[in-house]
Design a protein around this ligand. Structure first.
Ligand code: TXA
Ligand code: MG
Length: 327
């Protein structure tokens, strides 16, 4: 279901070939795309995002047949995972092939690869014929965009073309599994859960630590709204809201409807299903962020596995609000 014309895809390909930037929809979030084989294009990409050049970007390819061009070793486990989950919201970190630019890998010996499922992304990749380096199309450390309008708000003139494919279905960034060291390690939780990867691989997936090399998505403070955000366990929500509302204008993101007596400026009720919640999360946080409130209080999601990815993003957003990481 793409509202993007063939003429727009052709224009996007021209822009990419000229070393310029195209924002495009994927099923997770919008990406800011550059030709992954063009150093000048990659410089422009880092500049537009305001991102330190030591951080690696994911190379987007149309399908697994392109893997050998980017990865010097494609373990059978990688093939099993791509057969099951590609195209889709799964990024694999593999040992990089010779010739893959340092600007892509952040100087690491590995490269992140993903075949996105969104029909516009697929069309673009097939028409372009090469790898497209694409971080999320936001300023470094901020919320990922899930609509074309979010990209405009974030990047304005820094992007040469935005392909509008509607709202992203998944709503949060891909699951990242590092396969470069033999045993699979989870670097970032996403729609595809650890249990699903374990079922296909027959191996336990280790949890990556926050010291995993150079993955900004794994910095404690990432995905931050501008308004300070705090998480409150369900059982404490009522008194936290009362306490916070006494000293400022607060916005609340909660599973339950607003109690009649609560004195909050804004109360947003969320989906109770983890996937629907993820779909809405960044758009809701952007809206709350613009509401002029002094604080956002979010009811903590359940401790169950299906909430891992959402809990990860919210925990980082709350950590970022503390300002400890100074991003
Ligand atoms: O869903 C997604 O993955 C989106 C869409 C656009 O595809 N992209 C995305 O890119 O989230 P970005 O750059 O915002 O986040 C990519 C994450 C970063 O944390 C980056 O450090 C990590 O992937 N990454 C990329 N290559 C890596 C590598 N070789 N080793 C470890 N981490 C890597
Ligand atoms: Mg990002």
């Amino acid at each position: 279901m793409s509202s993007v014309s063939d003429a727009e895809i052709a224009q996007a390909v021209e822009i990419l070939r000229a070393g310029r930037l195209v924002a495009f929809p994927t099923e997770t979030v919008y990406g800011l795309g550059a030709d992954a084989s063009n150093p000048a294009a990659l410089r422009r990409l880092y500049e537009a995002k305001g991102r330190p050049t030591s951080h690696p970007v994911i190379v987007h390819i149309s399908d697994a047949t392109d893997l050998p061009r980017w990865a010097r070793e494609v373990p059978s486990l990688a093939m099993r995972l791509t057969e099951r989950f590609w195209p889709g919201p799964l990024t694999l970190v593999l040992k990089r092939a010779a010739g893959v630019l340092d600007q892509v890998t952040g100087g690491e010996d590995t490269v992140g690869l993903r075949a996105p499922a969104h029909p516009v992304a697929q069309k673009l990749l097939r028409a372009f014929g090469g790898g497209i380096a694409a971080p999320s199309a936001n300023r470094f450390g901020r919320l990922s965009p899930t609509t074309a309008q979010h990209v405009r708000d974030e990047l304005g003139d820094a992007v040469d073309l935005i392909l509008d494919g509607g709202a992203c279905e998944v709503g949060i960034e891909s699951t990242i599994i590092d396969l470069s060291s033999g045993s699979p390690m989870l670097l970032r939780p996403g729609r595809i859960g650890t249990a699903e990867v374990e079922a296909v691989s027959g191996l336990r997936v280790a949890q990556g630590t926050s010291t995993s090399p150079r993955a900004p998505g794994t910095l404690a403070a990432h995905y931050v709204p501008r308004t300070p955000l705090m998480l409150a366990p369900a059982t404490d929500l009522e008194w936290v809201v009362r306490e916070q509302a006494a000293s400022g204008r607060i916005a609340v993101l909660a599973f339950s409807p607003q109690p009649p007596d609560s004195r909050t400026a804004l109360w947003q009720t969320t989906a109770t299903d983890a996937q629907a919640y993820a779909h809405d999360l960044y758009a809701l946080l952007r809206a709350l962020d613009r509401s002029g409130c002094t604080r956002i209080v979010v009811e903590a999601p359940p401790e169950r596995d299906e909430w891992d990815a959402v809990r990860d993003r919210l925990t980082r957003a709350a950590a970022g609000s503390g300002g400890a990481n100074g991003m």
